[in-house]
Design a protein around this ligand. Structure first.
Ligand code: AMP
Length: 452
């Protein structure tokens, strides 16, 4: 039946399937960036004693309601929440910290030497309006230190991010915005003062700020609406409510950053979106666009473990967005090394040659030679064209004669020259041509498995 006939009969042509808005495939070219970033993150994490954790993509919704805070943007508008078949409300994780703290409690990590240092590299989901650098599914790497309160740890987190950005060649594109939002006790007093200040000015506030005034007045301070910005300028400053301990903590953070030579800008308006933050908060801002699309951020969350049912336990951590990092790297013209090149194409004619080709391909791959071949039924000419497309330096050619004589032809693709080699010598010959340094082998440490 033709498409026209189908249309006449009311049969719909199937809709072209695409990813949902704001959700993207990671194609091989971008995977090179992802792989490189993960490598840097894993390397820096190991050096600093962090161990990797993966929490599930899906959690009970109440985990995020309780931790992030019910009147935050994330919980109010951005969560992917649905009911499972058992009628439980489930949510795709919008951020990493809540799951890590849940895991800390669920697996009794309090019994481990404290602080527990964990890192993750995971996808996250937020139902926001998609635009460049703001997606509905995005990757974050994040680090959490749970079980110790020390400004030196906050500084180590900031410094670690800075080092990772240095390794990625983009550290000089950002400013570090730093603030101290105090303990929850001093914040409570500040909240009251803010509510008092804003009450009576509701008519000048945007709809969002009006809705939040009594629930989360701190959020009014980073509203971007013109009138709200003006009112925020004149609002009471947190500094007046910061306790002596908060101030001491903040001063130490700044001293330690100075000691490490890390530049930062104090930003009293920076509160971060989530309820669970206390004391130090920071963000890495693009020097050009400021706070709109921060590339990373973090803070201390001394109350979160208790909020999720544990004993009071201090903690600090941060997360960075991988897509935004990649945008910065590309914008700065930074390429990453690729190991995806193919070294050898094996072309063969006939079934007998294909049979010989399969173990040869396996032997070459085991030696660390990237090898493609024994595919399709094409003529020799078509296979050589394919070899060209793979951009290989050498092609191995096996026809009926070569099979009979137990030889193979090695063709140098750029020079167009070829030579016959005995079958049993070919692996050694290829390894020599590719060069030991270019072979893709595991380093010994990576494959020495243990058995109990
Ligand atoms: P947040 O916890 O919201 O500060 O997020 C930490 C980092 O994740 C941000 O600094 C961004 O780099 C990244 N990020 C957050 N939301 C998104 C999003 N919708 N799309 C892409 N990256 C995001």
């Amino acid at each position: 039946m033709t498409d026209e006939n189908k249309a006449e009969e009311g049969v719909q042509k199937p809709r072209k399937l695409q990813t949902p808005p704001g959700i993207h495939d990671i194609l091989p070219k971008d995977h090179e960036y992802h792989t490189f970033i993960k490598k840097v993150v894993r390397h820096r994490a190991r050096q600093a004693g962090f161990r990797r954790i993966s929490t599930p993509i899906l959690e009970f919704t109440e985990l995020f309601d309780r931790s992030i805070g019910e009147d935050t943007d994330i919980v109010e508008k951005e969560m992917y929440t649905f009911e499972d078949k058992g009628g439980r409300s489930m949510t795709l994780k919008p951020e990493g910290t809540a799951g890590v703290v849940r895991a800390y409690l669920q697996h009794g990590m309090k019994q481990l030497p404290q602080p527990v240092e964990l890192y993750y590299i995971e996808p996250h989901f937020r139902y926001d309006r998609p635009q460049k650098g703001r997606y509905r599914m995005f990757w974050q790497f994040g680090f959490e230190i749970i079980g110790e309160s020390d400004p030196a740890l906050d500084v180590q987190c900031i410094f670690l991010t800075h080092k990772i950005f240095q390794d990625l060649g983009i550290a000089d594109r950002f400013t570090i915005q730093l603030n101290n939002i105090g303990s929850s006790k001093s914040r409570e007093k500040y909240r009251e003062a803010l509510v008092n200040y804003y009450v009576g000015k509701e008519r000048s506030l945007c709809e969002n700020c009006n809705a939040r005034l009594h629930k989360n007045p701190l959020r009014l301070l980073d509203c971007k609406e013109e009138d709200c910005v003006i009112l925020a300028e004149l609002a009471p400053k947190f500094e007046q409510f910061r306790s002596k301990e908060d101030t001491e903590f903040h001063t130490k953070v700044k001293e330690f950053l100075d000691e490490l030579g890390v530049k930062y800008e104090e930003n009293e308006k920076l509160v971060r979106g989530l309820d669970y933050y206390t004391q130090t908060v920071w963000e890495f801002w693009d020097k050009e666009t400021g706070g709109q699309k921060a590339v990373g951020g973090g803070g201390r969350f001394d109350g979160l473990v208790e909020l999720l049912g544990g004993e009071p336990t201090p903690a600090v951590g941060f997360a960075c967005g991988m897509e935004r990092i990649i945008l910065h790297m590309k914008d700065a013209g930074i390429g990453v090394p690729s190991k995806d090149n193919v070294h050898i194409f094996v072309a063969q004619l006939g079934d007998a040659a294909k049979k010989k080709a399969l173990p040869l391909i396996d032997a070459l791959r085991d030696k660390g030679v990237h090898t493609v071949g024994a595919l399709g039924k094409g003529s020799m000419k078509a296979q050589l064209r394919l070899a060209d497309k793979f951009n290989v330096p050498y092609t191995l050619i096996m026809g009926i004669t070569e099979v009979r004589e137990g030889t193979i032809i090695i063709r140098d693709m750029s020079k167009g020259q070829q030579k016959h080699v005995k079958m049993e010598k070919v692996v050694g010959e290829v390894v020599k041509l590719i060069g030991k340094d270019n072979l893709d082998t595991y380093s010994p440490g990576e494959i020495s498995l243990t058995k109990s």
